[in-house]
Each structure stands twice: as C-alpha cells, then as structure tokens.
Design a protein. Sequence first.
Length: 145
Amino acid sequence: MNRGSFPGTKTKKELYSGEFETEWEFLKYVLIKCGVDEAVILKENESCEGGTFGNAFNSRKVTDLKGLEIKKGIICCKSFHARRCLMSYQLAYPEAELLVCPADVENRGKTDWYTNKYGKDTVMSELKKCGEYFRQAIDVFIDKK
C-alpha cells in the first residue's frame, strides 16, 4: 500500500521519531543518528519491479557510477529473507565477499518460524521466491551468453 510517506519505526519511537517520505530517508536518519558520516551514505532507492534482485543490481549501478570496487559487504536483513538477499547480491557483486547479518523478527526467526502459521507461510514464500530468482538469474546470465 502506498501511503505517500514512510511511517517510521514501530518500536523505539523515542529514538527514531520524525516524518519520512521514504524508507531510505528513515534509514539514512538512523545511520546518521548512530554516527555514520552522511558523506559516505550511498543512495539507492529506485523503485523496481525486480524486488530484491532488482535492488541488488540497482545498488551495483550506484557503486559503479561512484567508481567503487566492492570487495566486501555486509547484508543486514530479516533472517527469513537472508538467502534471497544473499543470492541476489552474489549475482550483482560476484567478486565480493558478502556476509549476512540476519535479524530475527517475532514469530519468523530461525528458532521459531516453524511453530506458527505466519512464520511457516513467510518462510515457505521465501523458499518459492528463491526458486523464482534462480530462474530469473538463469534467464539473465546464462541464456544471454
């Protein structure tokens, strides 16, 4: 649902309050509040139909335009989404060493996702999407050779 703005965090509102037009603006605010120099924050908030796969390649465009050679990266994402994120960014940055820092969320963490319907549905949906992304990667990278 497009609200015309990003509602911000559901927790720690006392730390991260404010009005944000996009999720990117909110996350930039969090980084700066945590001491990251604004000059080193890169912007990739292009909306794309390709989901995580498209986001990975949009990130690659941003770093290429800046002339950056990415050797290592840390992917921070929800634990149930980690495999798909890693697959996507490995395709976009095949030369980079990528580490994943997963964050568990209520009822969908690595130790409890299978104990409730919401967790099972979420994880199984991610599994399906991994297959779809792998097929997309074959179409993009292998079939075009």
